[in-house]
Every structure is written in structure tokens, then in C-alpha cells.
Design a protein around this ligand. Structure first.
Ligand SMILES: NC(=O)c1ccc[n+]([C@@H]2O[C@H](COP(=O)([O-])OP(=O)(O)OC[C@H]3O[C@@H](n4cnc5c(N)ncnc54)[C@H](O)[C@@H]3O)[C@@H](O)[C@H]2O)c1
Length: 252
């Protein structure tokens, strides 16, 4: 296999072993990158290890609560120690809890800010420090179309995704002189555990599909190409972007 993306032997940490993180980690491993995946959920990590073995690729895993600053920094340092550096960092950790803004209790606000935004801050800051020192790095956040559109019942989720977009842009500006790019992809509704129960509500899937010019919802595989490109040596002059991967959802 040619190495057009320049990912072979790159050291990559993926935060989040859910639908999107797992697809990204397996794709990176298939490109020949050395991959570590961190998640709070041990079972998901075990399942991902099995999937990797079935595909004949290797990846390491690490259990970490990335909302905790200390644990997050240890996970990044541990990955860099195990992989012999850190070239790529993908943040694919997140949660949602859909309620009207007036009915969202403090603890739900706090939890979504912790999981979606603070985990991104702690991990990307630690990854960025190593990459700035090394003079090379690729950081990619998984944001959402909700960082742009005003979806009802998404107040904390949308606020954290808007926060991730601006975190991405400021880190991109600060670290550009050091060979480190920082970008985000912003998916529309993608079929993973995060959206399954919601999309299974009567009529919901049809109504969501109706909002997408491409006429279907996304899959984790739809995100892999953009994620690999932004993780690769080929995207050296692309930084501070939020790339919508949404079948045109944000066009209408
Ligand atoms: N699925 C979609 O429709 C969609 C759309 C737009 C954006 N996104 C974003 O993509 C990212 C990944 O979502 P997904 O669809 O793969 O969801 P998912 O629920 O399948 O995966 C999320 C992962 O985050 C992990 N996680 C949660 N709290 C954690 C913590 N404290 N420490 C470490 N890991 C933790 C979970 O264990 C899980 O493996 C999220 O940021 C999500 O907001 C998803």
C-alpha cells in the first residue's frame, strides 16, 4: 500500500472509542499509524481491540476519565511514552441530553460541559505542548453541526460545540508557527450509540433525513476520509477549519 497520506508509523492518540472514535482509530491503524485509544468505558475499548484483531491491525488502549484534568494529561503523556511521541491527536469524546433550555438542570449543564468541552481542553492542551516542542502535529476535534445551527433542545450541547470550534481556532492560530495544525470536523446526524435511541423514536429518522440534501444520514465511515486527511501530512497548510461533513445539512 502506498503511503500518500504520510500516516505510516505516525503516533496517534484517539480520545473516544465510540462509533466515530473507533472508526477513526481503525482507519488510522489501517494506514500504518501506531494508535492508542483512550476512553472511560473499558468494555468499548475491549470491543475495539477485538475489531482491530479481526481486521489484522494493532492498537493499544487506555482507560481514562478525560473530564478529569490529571487523568487526561496522564493519558496523553502515557500515549506519547508508549508510542514514542505524538503526531496525531483526535478528540471524539462527547455526550448529549436533549431538553428545553428552561428544563435543563445544573448537573446536566455541568456534565455536558465537562464531557464535551473540558475533556477537549485538557487533552488538546497536553497534546499541543508535546507537538509544539516537536515542531509537528495534527489535532482534530469532532465538533457538530450543532455548533452552528440553533437546534431546539440542544442548549448545552450546542454551546459546548461552539466552544470547541473556537478552542480549535485559537489553538490553530497559536500553534501554526510550530508546524501544528488544529482543525475540527462537524458531522450532521450520524448513526452511532450517541444518536440511536433518538433516531429510533417514531418518525424521527424520516424527519432528520428530510433535512439533509444528500437524502440520508451519515455513517461513521463518511467521516473517516475527512478525519484521515486532517490527520495527515497532506493537510499541512489547513488550520483552524471547521469542516462540515453533513451531506449538505448546513446549506438549508
Ligand atoms: N453521532 C452523531 O450524530 C454525531 C454528530 C455530530 C458530532 N458528534 C460528536 O462526535 C463525537 C463522538 O460521538 P459518537 O457518535 O462516536 O458517540 P458515542 O456515544 O458512540 O461515543 C462517545 C464516546 O465518548 C466516551 N466518553 C464519554 N465520557 C468520557 C470520559 N469522561 N472520558 C473518556 N471518554 C468518555 C464514551 O465512552 C464513548 O465511547 C462526540 O463529540 C459527538 O458529540 C456525533
Amino acid at each position: 500500500m502506498t503511503d500518500w497520506l504520510g500516516l505510516r508509523d505516525r503516533a496517534a492518540l484517539v480520545a473516544g472509542a465510540g462509533g466515530i472514535g473507533a472508526a477513526a482509530a481503525l482507519a488510522l491503524a489501517r494506514q500504518g499509524a501506531r494508535v492508542m485509544v483512550a476512553d472511560v468505558d473499558e468494555e468499548r475499548l475491549a470491543k475495539l481491540t477485538e475489531q482491530a484483531a479481526e481486521l489484522g491491525v494493532n492498537l493499544d488502549t487506555r482507560v481514562a476519565d478525560l473530564t478529569d484534568a490529571e487523568d487526561a494529561r496522564k493519558a496523553v503523556a502515557g500515549a506519547a511514552a508508549a508510542l514514542g511521541g505524538l503526531d496525531v491527536f483526535l478528540h471524539a469524546v462527547g455526550m448529549n441530553d436533549r431538553r428545553p433550555a428552561l428544563e435543563t438542570p445544573d448537573e446536566v449543564w455541568q456534565r455536558i460541559i465537562d464531557v464535551n468541552l473540558k475533556s477537549a481542553v485538557w487533552t488538546a492542551q497536553a497534546a499541543g505542548a508535546l507537538m509544539v516542542d516537536a515542531g509537528y502535529g495534527r489535532i482534530v476535534f469532532v465538533s457538530s453541526v450543532s455548533g452552528l445551527l440553533a437546534h431546539a433542545h440542544h442548549a448545552p450541547y450546542a454551546a459546548t460545540k461552539g466552544g470547541v470550534n473556537q478552542l480549535c481556532r485559537v489553538m490553530a492560530r497559536e500553534w501554526a508557527p510550530h508546524g501544528v495544525t488544529v482543525n475540527a470536523i462537524a458531522p450532521g446526524y450520524t448513526e452511532t450509540d450517541l444518536t440511536r435511541a433518538y433516531l429510533d423514536r417514531p418518525g424521527m429518522r424520516e424527519s432528520m433525513v428530510g433535512l439533509v440534501p444528500a437524502g440520508r444520514l451519515g455513517t461513521a465511515d463518511d467521516l473517516v476520509g475527512p478525519l484521515l486527511f486532517l490527520s495527515s501530512a497532506r493537510s499541512a497548510f489547513v488550520t483552524g477549519h471547521v469542516m462540515y461533513v453533513d451531506g449538505g445539512r448546513t446549506l438549508v
